[in-house]
Design a protein around this ligand. Structure first.
Ligand SMILES: *[C@@H]1O[C@H](CO)[C@@H](O)[C@H](O)[C@H]1NC(C)=O
Ligand SMILES: *[C@@H]1O[C@H](CO)[C@@H](O)[C@H](O)[C@H]1NC(C)=O
Ligand SMILES: *[C@@H]1O[C@H](CO)[C@@H](O)[C@H](O)[C@H]1NC(C)=O
Length: 392
């Protein structure tokens, strides 16, 4: 825990942009979904594609936790912690352009790339293969103390401690809150379009004819959500609680819908029962449709309402006649495919709901590790921490 000389604080602030480059909003990208084929067994069994999300749902929950946490910390005017967390996270955001960190500095900005990223798949799953590894690794980081020197003569130089154990506690609290909000939001995702399919399509079409205002958080409360009342996004899920909704709440919801939609597409495409005959022709069509939109709708930091756009574009596609391998001709009806996706999305939402409802339980293991860290730091008086065996 060596205090850094004051002039190194500046160095700390400059390092981060090196890792990611500096890019304007919208050109940052995260890796898209990936596809493999399960090997054919040689009996003429058709190959089943294996699409999967590059960040699974729980990793997505981590991403939104980290982003919300960065937002909170930034609003407390604590740029050191913002940069420390972003450096530790090393988000998998690829900028389209390369650029030097000097432009970042000249802009006078110490803003976080991860914080302004509105997209999926920002976590590097090579670094953190599962959600809990992120927190376990975080707890292995040593406490550091930075000396912050102010340019203003009125404010004295002060030491600032970054204690990963305490960061972990605060981040888990944010994760818990988002999980609680998602438990309710996923109900909405499941029912969006479920009961009133006709009304849903109508409003979806209508909303796309209305030229939308600038892409901002407010838009999602408008007609894009197809008649679903989203005022709840402004409220805390527990009405007896005084807490404000988590920051980035509307962004969380928008991306949750996008991720659930992408997972629904994958499940339809991967379905082993849909690899022959008419269903295969339908799946081939859907696959092409999806691949064409992987970049524009599911990849990188972009606009809101991408899931609604995707479904609306599918609905607007004309029905097609395609010949099937058995010599017959099939009518491909995009409306039917959209319904299939919505039905699948409902199942996905129900499954994910079970995961978020179990969040407080699975957080307990991390909390236990955090306590171990606290105790070992107290007994050894050491900032550098080796992982301890479990207490019990
Ligand atoms: C960023 O993290 C790496 C290890 O992950 C560490 O070696 C480096 O010192 C960190 N940089 C800053 C500025 O904290
Ligand atoms: C993810 O992390 C690994 C190892 O830490 C690194 O080699 C790789 O380049 C990172 N990937 C992305 C997309 O940033
Ligand atoms: C939503 O659509 C209705 C009519 O269908 C319209 O009266 C209302 O102003 C719209 N609201 C927004 C926020 O665009």
């Amino acid at each position: 825990m060596k205090p850094l000389p004051a002039n190194q604080t500046i160095v700390f602030l400059c390092l981060l942009p090196l890792a990611n480059g500096f890019a304007s909003r919208g050109s940052r990208r995260a890796s898209p979904a990936t596809r493999q084929y399960a090997s054919a067994d040689g009996n003429g069994t058709p190959r089943v594609p294996q699409w999967h999300l590059s960040n699974d749902f729980e990793t997505f929950l981590n991403q939104r936790t980290i982003q919300s946490f960065l937002f909170l910390v930034k609003s407390l005017r604590d740029p050191q912690t913002v940069l420390w967390v972003e450096n530790f996270t090393q988000p998998a955001l690829h900028s389209g352009r390369s650029s030097t960190y000097t432009s970042h500095l000249q802009s006078g900005s110490s803003s976080s790339q991860l914080l302004s990223y509105h997209g999926l798949a920002a976590m590097n799953v090579t670094r953190f293969p599962t959600w809990d590894i992120y927190f376990k690794e975080l707890l292995k980081q040593p406490t550091v103390i930075y000396t912050v020197e102010s340019e203003s003569k009125h404010i004295q130089t002060y030491d600032m401690e970054i204690n990963p154990g305490r960061l972990c506690v605060r981040m888990l609290a944010v994760r818990q809150q988002i999980a609680q909000e998602f438990a309710r939001d996923l109900d909405v995702v499941a029912t969006m379009g479920g009961h009133t399919l006709e009304a849903y399509w109508e409003s979806l079409r209508a909303s796309r004819r209305t030229p939308s205002a600038a892409d901002n958080d407010r838009d999602i409360v408008g007609n894009y959500t197809s008649g679903t009342n989203l005022v709840f996004l402004e409220l805390h899920p527990d009405p007896t609680s005084d807490y404000a909704p988590s920051p980035l709440r509307q962004g969380n919801f928008d991306l949750l819908v996008l991720l659930a939609t992408q997972e629904a597409v994958h499940r339809v495409l991967n379905d082993p029962a849909r690899q022959t005959g008419v269903t295969k022709v339908t799946n081939d069509y859907l696959c092409g449709f999806y691949e064409q939109r992987l970049d524009t709708h599911f990849t990188g930091g972009q606009r809101y309402h991408r899931a609604a756009d995707f479904l609306a574009e599918l609905l607007e596609a004309p029905p097609l006649l395609r010949s099937v391998s058995d010599g017959n001709t099939a009518l491909l009806d995009p409306t039917f495919m959209a319904e299939l996706l919505l039905h699948q999305r409902e199942k996905v939402a129900k499954e994910w709901q079970l995961l978020v409802q179990a969040a407080s339980e699975v957080h307990m293991e991390i909390q236990r590790l955090q306590l171990n860290r606290l105790m070992s730091v107290n007994t050894e008086q050491s900032g550098v921490h080796e992982e301890q065996p479990p207490l019990s």
